[in-house]
Write a protein that binds this ligand. Structure first.
Ligand code: MN
Length: 153
């Protein structure tokens, strides 16, 4: 069982994620207002944070950066969930400090597998399922041709 904080402004997605995680034996906690997410994370002490990217007030990208800068939370794995899967978004999500992302509408199997992978090893997980080495390519200003996919196989 893992403690998993969900930051998501869509009620249907919250229910879906919570139901999925509970069915896998986890303890989910949901936050709908990203302005309270950092405090909620400090209090909840999650093993994993799942955050929407398209959030009002504080974007998921900004929240990921805040978590990475937080002394208490810096090492907590983060999984982003986003309605967009353009190459630039993947780069931004990765650079902000998330270990993985899942595109909406989510694949239930992929969602659960990514959660399991992050809980097993909170680093170096590539959301496309390719080699972790593609994550090590920092600061080149944009994704290379090999990272331009986001395609489902
Ligand atoms: Mn949203």
């Amino acid at each position: 069982m893992a403690r998993i904080l969900i930051v998501e402004d869509n009620a249907l997605n919250i229910k879906l994620f919570c139901d999925l995680l509970a069915a896998h034996g986890h303890q989910p906690e949901a936050v709908t207002d990203s302005r309270t997410a950092l405090d909620a994370a400090r209090a909840f002490e999650p093993d994993l944070v799942i955050t929407d990217i398209q959030l009002p007030h504080v974007s998921g990208i900004d929240l990921i950066r805040m978590i990475r800068r937080d002394e208490q939370l810096a090492a907590v794995p983060i999984m982003a969930v986003t309605a967009y899967s353009a190459p630039g978004d993947e780069e931004r999500i990765r650079d902000a400090g998330a270990q993985a992302y899942v595109s909406k509408p989510i694949s239930v199997v992929r969602f659960a597998q990514t959660v399991d992978d992050l809980l097993a090893d909170g680093s170096d997980l590539d959301p496309t399922g390719k080699a972790p080495a593609s994550w090590a390519n920092e600061g080149d200003g944009g994704p290379g041709p090999s990272e331009a996919g986001g395609e489902e196989t």
